[in-house]
Design a protein around this ligand. Structure first.
Ligand SMILES: Nc1nc2c(ncn2[C@@H]2O[C@H](COP(=O)(O)OP(=O)(O)OP(=O)(O)O)[C@@H](O)[C@H]2O)c(=O)[nH]1
Ligand SMILES: [Mg+2]
Length: 449
């Protein structure tokens, strides 16, 4: 098997086998989990981590309730996706450092993986974020390394320090950092180093000595996304010599799925911060764990699938709405319902996906008004007593006045909320057994006279 895409391929195989199984039972789930375990293990992902991950997937797959309208299979794919994403860190990384302090990033990695290109890209990126950036070329092995950096950053107003002819990386790095911070007043300093292989003891030693001398704030490992399963062992070797704080995966514009990066993350405990997506200076992106796993799993319409599931989960709360007909649906439930819908995105998009046959075509501005109202309604709710929330019919005009004053809205606003609530309540009672049909004014932001 081609080691380059093995992790992605193996996971994909396990998933497609799972998808083509005639049904879903415990055995089919176990088979899927074994497939994923095998994929991760041959990619050198740490055994303990693999076991933890599979235990989580198994537990969730066997216990979580399937939302109506979604197949058990789709739900399990979503679980696998979410667990893999959480392995990589949920949120994209945001670079924030104190602009008044000096921050040194030492960039290390295997020969040809894209360190120099990445240093230039990152310098340019950070400069655009408003940092004052400088670059040191401490690569004494590759001929023309300094020239390469200078060319990449030509015309960008980013100082590049180098000492062509000098053979000691530590001397260059120390002088470079001093020059950039004192003379150029640089806040962020990136140090490009020579490419090395994990078995080149002298070079690994040099890296360690360099780290001890310059004491960087962060050591960044640059990894070629096409490297596949060797990434784990490489990353581990680098991590042993100098603690890796972050990872950049390059060449993600090629056929690379970056499966090896997952092993590198597992081996170092460091997070992937950026990905390289081309040879040009602008081809750098903040790493997005969700997009990455989506690509790795290779499910054509993963986003569509996840969205369908989100909507279906919303349907679960539509079931809650049914409690309305039995009279247990409170004002609080009513607002919560809208809030939940809002979390999923613009109301219009969500409403268009709900199977509500009677839903009229609503003008955008009406929906925007409803969205704006949700916050107002929440404030109104806070000014009500628990009794009022449970039994809104007790709210008379003097209570309305008090609530309006307490929540900083007009009496008309309070009346409007009560009206919308009553309307829905009445409607739900009358259509107990018929399909959902919402009257147009249900979403009207104006008070009905
Ligand atoms: N397609 C693509 N090519 C890249 C990317 N990053 C780097 N490269 C290319 O990879 C090659 C090696 O890049 P370098 O930046 O010189 O790699 P290096 O790690 O500094 O190499 P050494 O200094 O020799 O260890 C160059 O041809 C780059 O243009 C990327 O994100 N996408
Ligand atoms: Mg280089």
């Amino acid at each position: 098997m081609n080691p380059i895409t093995s992790l992605g391929e193996l996971i994909k195989q396990a998933i497609s086998k799972f998808m083509s199984a005639p049904g879903v039972d415990k055995n089919v789930v176990e088979e899927l989990i074994r497939g994923i375990q095998r994929a991760l293990l041959v990619s050198d992902v740490n055994v303990e981590l693999v076991m933890k991950l599979s235990e989580k997937i198994r537990n969730r797959a066997l216990t979580e309730k399937v939302p109506p309208g979604i197949s058990k299979k789709d739900q399990i794919i979503k679980i696998v996706y979410e667990e893999l994403v959480s392995l990589l860190g949920e949120k994209p990384y945001k670079f924030t450092i104190d602009k008044s302090k000096q921050y040194v990033i030492m960039v290390v990695g295997i020969q040809g993986h894209g360190k120099t290109t990445t240093v230039a890209k990152l310098a340019n990126y950070l400069k655009k974020l408003g940092y004052s950036v400088g670059v040191v070329c401490a690569d004494t092995f590759r001929t023309g390394a300094y020239e390469q950096l200078r060319q990449l950053l030509d015309g960008r107003d980013i100082p590049v320090y180098g000492m062509p002819g000098e053979h000691d990386a530590i001397t260059i790095a120390t002088k470079g950092i001093e020059y950039l911070s004192k003379q150029q007043k640089c806040n962020v300093i990136l140090v490009d180093t020579a490419g090395r292989h994990k078995d080149q003891q002298s070079l690994m030693q040099e890296m360690k000595a360099l780290e001890e001398k310059i004491k960087p704030n962060e050591i960044m490992l640059v990894l070629d996304g096409t490297i596949g399963q060797q990434a784990g062992t490489h990353a581990e070797a680098f991590h042993k010599a100098t603690p890796i704080g972050s990872i950049i995966v390059t060449k993600m514009d090629t056929s690379a799925k970056g499966g090896g990066a997952l092993s590198a993350v597992a081996a170092t405990g460091a997070q992937i911060r950026f990905i390289g997506t081309g040879e040009k200076l602008e081809d750098i992106e903040v790493f997005n764990p969700q997009g990455f796993i989506g690509r790795l799993l290779g499910i054509g319409d993963l986003e569509g699938l996840l969205e369908r599931i989100k909507i279906a989960e919303l349907e679960l709360s539509k079931e809650k709405l049914k409690s309305f007909t039995s009279g247990t649906f409170t004002l609080e439930d009513f607002i919560k319902q809208f809030k939940e819908m809002k979390k999923l995105g613009p109301l219009k998009k969500i409403l268009s996906k709900l199977p509500l046959p009677g839903l009229p075509n609503l003008p955008d501005e009406e929906l925007e008004k409803v969205e704006a109202q949700i916050e107002k309604w929440s404030a109104i709710l806070l000014s009500m007593t628990p009794e009022e929330r449970e039994n809104p019919h007790i709210i008379d005009s003097s209570r309305i006045r008090r609530i309006a004053r307490g929540s900083g809205v007009t009496e008309k606003d309070v009346k409007h909320l009560l009206q919308q609530y009553n309307l829905l309540k009445r409607m739900m009672k009358s259509i107990k057994r018929s399909p959902w049909k919402l009257p147009k004014h249900m979403f009207s932001a104006e008070l009905e006279e």
